[in-house]
Ligand binder design. Structure first.
Ligand code: ADP
Ligand code: MG
Length: 235
């Protein structure tokens, strides 16, 4: 469904991504792991169109390497941001409307009502998003914004980070529910090995911008290079 071929990104003298290639299969939940600074967010930025890489990105066989941000949303690439940033002075519902009009090109109130319910935000629909949401609700809004465009693939950047273990568990169940309900493909950045092992059928590992492992969570977390990058390393 999604294919990266030799994707490289440099920021001045820094190689943030170097020759990264892998496929994401339709319907899978893929974990993207690696130490801080490994290039995970940069990879999401290249897939969603914020950063232009060298190499090729294909979606359903179409080359999307050079297409604009909103066009990627329209072909079905949804994403969340590592730091939730609701639009100031807009309600939860208005945040979803803006995300939807930008990403899908039209307003679909029925979809927004549905997403508010699925993401358990209906009771907060008219609340100010920037000031009246708890962390978990901000995270649910982040996902709701991505869902408002009817994505086929969802890129989740550390949406589980900072949640205590029970909240994390409930959030994982919600992700599984979304996966089944919308037939989504999910790529998730997450540090916790147990979470990746529970949620994902496969994981890829980045280290200093290079892909160092690709396999089942069991396989990659037993890989000596991965163990080394998690325990040693100057990160
Ligand atoms: N816009 C940018 N300009 C310069 N350097 C950046 C930029 N974005 C990320 N980097 C650098 O690229 C590397 C990868 O960052 P990032 O993709 O955020 O890693 P991760 O999400 O895995 O923690 C880091 O060294 C980071 O400092
Ligand atoms: Mg990051």
């Amino acid at each position: 469904m999604l294919r990266l071929d030799g994707v490289s990104v440099r920021f001045g003298g820094l190689a943030a991504l170097t020759d990264v290639s892998f496929d994401v299969a339709e319907g899978e939940i893929l974990g993207l792991v690696g130490p801080n600074g490994a290039g995970k967010t940069t990879l999401f930025n290249t897939i969603s169109g914020l950063v232009r890489p060298r190499g090729r990105i294909r979606f359903d066989g179409r080359d999307i390497t050079a297409t604009a941000l909103h066009q990627r949303a329209r072909v079905g690439i949804g994403r969340t941001f590592q730091i939730p940033q609701p639009m100031q002075r807009l309600t939860v519902r208005e945040n979803l409307e803006v995300a939807q009009v930008f990403g899908a090109g039209r307003h679909d109130p029925a979809r927004i009502d549905e997403i508010l319910t699925v993401m358990e935000l209906a009771h907060k629909a008219d609340a100010d998003a920037a000031t009246s949401l708890a962390l978990q609700e901000l995270k649910r809004l982040e996902i709701a914004k991505a869902l408002a465009i009817r994505p086929r693939v969802l890129l989740l950047d550390e949406v589980l980070a900072g949640l205590e273990s029970r909240a994390k568990h409930l959030f994982m169940l919600k992700l599984r529910e979304l996966h089944a309900l919308y037939g989504l493909t999910i790529v998730i950045v997450e540090h916790d090995i147990e979470t990746i092992s529970n949620l994902c059928s496969r994981a890829v590992v980045l280290d200093f911008g290079r892909l160092i492992a690709d396999g089942t969570p069991d396989e990659v977390f037993r890989n000596p290079d991965v163990v080394k990058s998690y325990t040693g390393g100057a990160h």
